[in-house]
Design a protein around this ligand. Structure first.
Ligand SMILES: Nc1ncnc2c1ncn2[C@@H]1O[C@H](COP(=O)(O)OP(=O)(O)OP(=O)(O)O)[C@@H](O)[C@H]1O
Length: 302
């Protein structure tokens, strides 16, 4: 099995006449086999861009992504390695072909993996759906069922790494935790890593071994889920946690997150979070905290 390593990754969006957008601005992260890493942060922090870069869909402007020690670029990975990273998207309507039976779409993945022993209906069973659904079309299902089908299709390719890019955001509350848990169980059972992107920290808490918090293109805090949850260190992590209901009474955190994520084409000097930080110090305005696992001057290494 295969480890994903993201090192000082920079990914830029360029469109003519517009300033360059550094959507990922020096991010580092690893996902080990059988490990679930939750990547959280507000909309616009660069989570999707990072995920797409991991799939080889955006080139790295700087830094590196390796998977099993080999660089992730469309040319760097062999065909089998490219299919070893499978992504499940937010919108299952968009990722399934409405005109084809779901069994045929799952069969495509099995063929890619050279798997002749597994039937599409077997995979439907693994994601908790009846075998006879294989003969139906995507419009015959609910959003939660469709997302299960998208997961079955991703699993058909026997991935070593599964990426969920907001896979539960379009689902209703009861389906959200079911689908999140399903992705976790299936990834862990097969020994694959799972990078689970969500802005919902409470669901990430349910399934992730580690949490990585992304702000304006950078990973600002990473740690074991229970530790981050019990004692968030970066003021941004604290604010994200404070923004969700706290059944276990962590009511002492800053009330809410003021303002919006700044434009990544024109990021603030120094610490990118400083204009919104309730604990800002002079150093934060001038010098970037370029260290981990908590990129904050309050937690600078000795
Ligand atoms: N193709 C593109 N061209 C220009 N800018 C882009 C492009 N795609 C994304 N961006 C910008 O890059 C930044 C990061 O976007 P990205 O979608 O990666 O963030 P995100 O954290 O996944 O947000 P969301 O949760 O809303 O998907 C945003 O400012 C976004 O506007």
């Amino acid at each position: 099995m295969t480890t994903l390593t993201i090192s000082d990754l920079v990914v830029e969006h360029r469109s003519s006449g517009r300033p360059v957008v550094r959507a990922v601005a020096g991010a580092s992260l690893t996902v080990s086999p059988g490990e679930v890493v939750g990547l959280v942060g507000e909309s616009g922090c660069g989570k999707s861009t990072l995920a797409r870069a991991v799939c080889g869909l955006h080139p790295a402007a700087e830094g590196e992504i390796t998977f099993g020690g080999r660089p992730v670029t469309p040319l760097g990975l062999r065909r089998r390695e490219l299919t070893a990273i499978q992504m499940v998207f937010q919108d299952p309507y968009a990722s399934l072909n409405p005109r084809r039976r779901v069994g045929d779409q799952i069969a495509d993945g099995l063929r890619t993996a050279g798997d002749t022993a597994t039937a599409p209906a077997d995979l439907l069973e693994r994601v908790g759906l009846p075998r006879e659904f294989a003969g139906r079309h995507p419009h015959e299902f609910s959003g939660g069922q469709r997302q299960r089908i998208a997961i079955a299709r991703a699993l058909a390719a026997r991935p070593s790494l599964l990426i969920g890019d907001e896979p539960i955001s379009a689902l209703d509350a009861s389906a959200q935790s079911q689908v999140a848990r399903l992705m976790r169980d299936l990834a862990v059972d097969s020994g694959a890593g799972l990078l689970f992107i969500s802005h919902d920290l409470s669901v990430v808490r349910l399934i992730a071994d580690r949490i990585a918090v992304m702000y304006l293109g950078k990973i600002v805090e990473v740690g074991r889920t229970e530790e981050v949850w019990a004692a968030p260190k970066h003021p941004y992590t604290r604010a994200l946690l404070a923004a969700i209901p706290q059944p276990d009474g962590l009511g002492v955190l800053p009330a809410e997150l003021p303002g919006d994520v700044p434009d990544p084409a024109d990021p603030p000097q120094g610490c990118r979070f400083h204009p919104r930080c309730p604990l800002v110090m002079d150093v934060c305005r001038v010098k970037e905290p370029a260290f981990g696992p908590v990129a904050c001057w309050l937690h600078a290494p000795e």
